[in-house]
Design a protein around this ligand. Structure first.
Ligand code: TXA
Ligand code: MG
Length: 320
């Protein structure tokens, strides 16, 4: 069983020995290993039960470390990194030969991010290699936002989880690729479209679903697991279809007066989208218990963090 601790030196030792370690970031916890070691990277796929065609994000500890792994970057990528790193933004860039093909599933591009968590930055800056780290959940499951979540799901497969507390943002990073010099959002996440557009102008957002991935790996759904079915909207629309005794509601800021209060989760009673994002995955996890078959989730305003939250809810609802 994994040890949960806050000893950065211990985490460094495990990583230097070629082991995998659960690491905190501001978005979600990662399952980290030496990105430059093929064997270690393969083990990440194995532990996560992730298909080999779904590439990993490489985490770095300084902005300038990026240039060890990419031959050059578009101007707008430079601008985005300068403003938003460390932070919840991943850039997909042409890779150089130092990044092993197993990391990128054979793609000529690599996803890179500098996470904003003091312990993980210290860790990264103490190592001589970057860390490949997908979210530390079994493939297809909800991403973990606490060290305990990681322990519950992967604790029997890794030696150490670095406990950095609850993730500040609670939803994965925004992923941006480039068509020439033009940024394209591949995954909505912890950095809002508005903030990105304020810096670099209008950006295209690629809509993808688990059944129709826009690229390799955009098919990982973040759904309430097991055989729970997620419906979007309000109880009113589903009351003639679903057994209320087996249903729970996810609501934005106010409970539905026509439904038992104790089976409703409110994402943010102050109607704060940031707080709602932070509570989303914990709520989905909380409802992953026997006796609950249906989740009716209200969509949030399509702005700021609301877009990323709605994206995750739509993915959850489109699960066959
Ligand atoms: O916030 C996050 O991004 C977290 C923390 C741990 O950093 N990580 C995370 O990793 O969410 P993961 O592996 O669960 O999701 C990364 C996504 C995958 O959908 C993968 O397919 C995509 O990034 N990706 C990675 N490299 C890519 C590439 N070269 N081209 C296109 N997509 C890529
Ligand atoms: Mg993931």
């Amino acid at each position: 069983m994994a040890i949960i601790g806050s000893d950065i030196k211990e985490a460094i030792r495990f990583l230097m020995d070629g082991n995998l370690v659960g690491i905190p970031t501001e978005t979600v916890y990662g399952l980290a290993g030496n990105a430059l070691d093929d064997e270690v990277v393969l083990r990440i796929f194995e532990v996560k039960k992730r298909p080999a065609f779904d590439p990993l994000i490489v985490h770095i500890g300084t902005r300038k470390a990026l240039f060890e792994f990419v031959p050059g970057i578009p101007q707008k990528a430079e601008k985005l990194a300068a403003r938003f790193w460390p932070g919840p933004l991943t850039l997909i860039l042409q890779k150089n030969r130092i990044i092993p093909d197993v990391v990128t599933s054979g793609l000529p591009t690599v996803a890179v991010r500098m996470p904003d968590h003091p312990m993980t930055l210290e860790l990264l800056n103490s190592l001589s290699f970057p860390l490949a780290a997908p979210s530390a959940n079994p493939f297809g499951y909800v991403s973990p936002t606490t060290a305990q979540h990681v322990a519950e799901q992967l604790g029997d497969r890794i030696p150490y989880i670095l406990d950095g507390g609850d993730c500040d943002i609670g939803i994965e990073s925004t992923i941006i690729g480039f068509e020439g010099d033009e940024p394209v959002i591949h995954r909505l996440g912890g950095k809002s479209v508005e903030e990105i557009e304020d810096l670099v102008g209008k950006v295209k957002v690629i809509r993808s679903s688990s059944s129709r991935p826009s690229g390799p790996g955009m098919m990982e759904s973040h759904y309430a697991p097991g055989n729970k079915k997620v419906f979007l909207g309000h109880w009113e629309q589903y009351r003639s279809l679903l057994d209320p005794a087996r249903t729970v509601l996810i609501r934005y800021h106010t409970p539905d007066p026509d439904f038992p209060r104790d089976r409703q989760a409110i994402l943010s009673d102050k109607a704060d989208l940031r707080e709602a994002a932070k509570n989303l995955f914990t709520t989905l996890r909380r409802f992953d218990v026997p006796g609950i078959s249906y989740i009716v989730a209200e969509l949030l305003p399509e702005e700021g963090f609301g877009r990323a939250i709605n994206d995750r809810l739509r993915r959850a609802a489109s699960k066959d």
